[in-house]
Ligand binder design. Structure first.
Ligand SMILES: [Zn+2]
Ligand SMILES: [Zn+2]
Length: 343
C-alpha cells in the first residue's frame, strides 16, 4: 500500500512510499482508512520541532476514520464492517496515576499513532480496540476524521477551562483548534472574539459563519480597543491561545481581566517569553491543554451526531494521498483550513 512516511529526523524527510499492509495484533483492529486529516502537529512533524515522542520511520496521520476490516482474537466489541474513528493514544503504561485516573493523555510512556506508531496517511492502520469509537449513522467519514481536533477543543474548553454563559472569550488563531474552540464557547453561551492575520480572511469569514460574535484581523484592526470597548476596560474573562504565536500569547495575557483564565492550546515549538508577573498580580489561572482522552472523544462524537458542533465547514480541501505535498503546502500557507486525504 502507499503511505506518507517520515523516513528520517530533521526538516522535511517525508515521501510517498510503498509499504507492506500492517497486521492487527490480538487486541487490535485493522481499519481501512476512508478519510484522514492534516493536523497542525503534522506540520510540526514536517518542520521537526515537535515535542511529542516519535520513532522514524513512521507513517504520518492520526486524525482519521474508516471501516474495520479485521479484528484480533481478543477483540470483543467489534466483528468487522463497523464504521469507526480512533484515538491516537496508541500505547500507554496502564498503571501510572494518569492512566489509573483516565488521564492517559498525560502518561509519560504514551506513544501515539502517527508519531511513534504508523499512522493513517495510507490505506490501512491498526489500533488497540480500547481506542476505537463507533460512529453514529449520521456522522460521515470526513466529519469523523476531525473527531481528534474537536475532542482536543472539547478537552481544552469544556473539561479544563470551563466557560459560563455570558463569558467574553478571546480566541487567538482561526485554525482548526480555534474554530472548534469557538463552537464550544458558543455552545456554552459565551461571547467569542476570534483573531487572525491578514492571510486569514477566509478563516475569519468562516468563524463568523460558525457563530463568532466578533472577528478581528489584527494586521489592520486594533484588538485592544475592541476588547476595551466590549468589556468596558475590564478585559476578557477567558483567553484561548490557539495559534502558538508568541505575540498572540502576549496579547491574550494583556487583554485578560484579573482572575481571568488563560488556556494554552497552540504549540510554539520553542521556549517563549511570557510575563508571569502579570499572572501573579492578576491572579490569572494558567491552564495547559494537551491532546484528549476517552471522555472528550465520546462527547465530541455525540456533538457531531447532534450537529451542535460542525466539522465539514472546516474542510476546504479533499485530496488523494498522491497529492500529500500539495496538502502540506496549502496548510503551511494557510490557503487551506483543513486538508483531508481520501486514500
Ligand atoms: Zn491532531
Ligand atoms: Zn501511564
Amino acid at each position: 500500500m502507499k503511505a506518507v512516511v517520515k523516513y528520517a529526523e530533521g526538516e522535511g524527510n517525508i515521501e510517498l512510499r510503498e509499504v507492506p499492509e500492517p497486521n492487527e495484533g490480538d487486541n487490535e483492529v485493522k481499519i481501512k482508512v476512508e478519510a484522514a486529516g492534516i493536523c497542525g502537529s503534522d506540520l510540526h512533524i514536517y518542520k521537526w520541532d515537535i515535542g511529542i515522542p516519535t520513532r522514524v520511520p513512521f507513517i504520518i496521520g492520526h486524525e482519521f476514520s474508516g471501516i474495520i476490516t479485521a479484528v484480533g482474537k481478543n477483540v470483543r466489541r467489534f466483528k468487522g464492517g463497523e464504521r469507526v474513528t480512533a484515538e491516537n493514544s496508541r500505547s500507554v503504561c496502564g498503571h501510572c496515576r494518569y492512566c489509573m485516573t483516565g488521564n492517559y493523555n498525560l502518561c509519560k510512556e504514551r506513544k501515539a499513532t502517527g508519531y511513534a506508531f504508523d499512522g493513517a496517511f495510507t490505506s490501512y492502520c491498526v489500533v488497540p480496540e480500547e481506542r476505537v469509537h463507533l460512529l453514529p449513522g449520521n456522522v460521515d467519514f470526513v466529519t469523523a476524521a476531525l473527531s481528534d481536533p474537536s475532542a482536543c477543543a472539547y478537552h481544552a474548553v469544556q473539561e479544563l477551562t470551563g466557560v459560563d454563559a455570558g463569558d467574553i472569550v478571546l480566541i487567538a488563531g482561526p485554525g482548526a483548534m480555534g474554530l472548534f474552540s469557538l463552537q464550544y464557547v458558543r455552545a456554552n453561551g459565551g461571547v467569542a472574539i476570534i483573531t487572525g492575520l491578514g492571510k486569514d480572511t477566509k478563516r475569519l469569514d468562516l468563524a463568523k459563519e460558525l457563530g463568532a460574535d466578533v472577528t478581528v484581523d489584527i494586521s489592520r484592526e486594533n484588538l485592544s480597543e475592541i476588547v476595551h470597548d466590549m468589556t468596558k476596560g475590564g478585559g476578557v474573562d477567558i483567553a484561548l491561545e490557539c495559534s502558538g504565536s508568541e505575540a498572540a500569547a502576549k496579547s491574550c495575557l494583556e487583554l485578560l481581566r484579573r482572575q481571568g483564565k488563560y488556556t494554552q492550546i497552540g504549540i510554539f515549538g520553542r521556549p517563549i517569553s511570557f510575563d508571569l508577573d502579570r499572572v501573579l498580580y492578576g491572579e490569572i489561572k494558567l491552564i495547559g491543554s494537551f491532546s484528549q482522552k476517552y471522555t472528550a472523544w465520546s462527547a465530541a462524537i455525540k456533538l457531531f451526531s447532534q450537529e451542535k458542533i460542525l466539522a465539514k465547514p472546516l474542510v476546504t480541501d479533499i485530496l488523494p494521498l498522491e497529492q500529500w505535498e500539495e496538502g502540506f503546502k496549502r496548510s503551511f500557507e494557510g490557503r487551506a483550513i483543513k486538508v483531508v486525504f481520501r486514500p
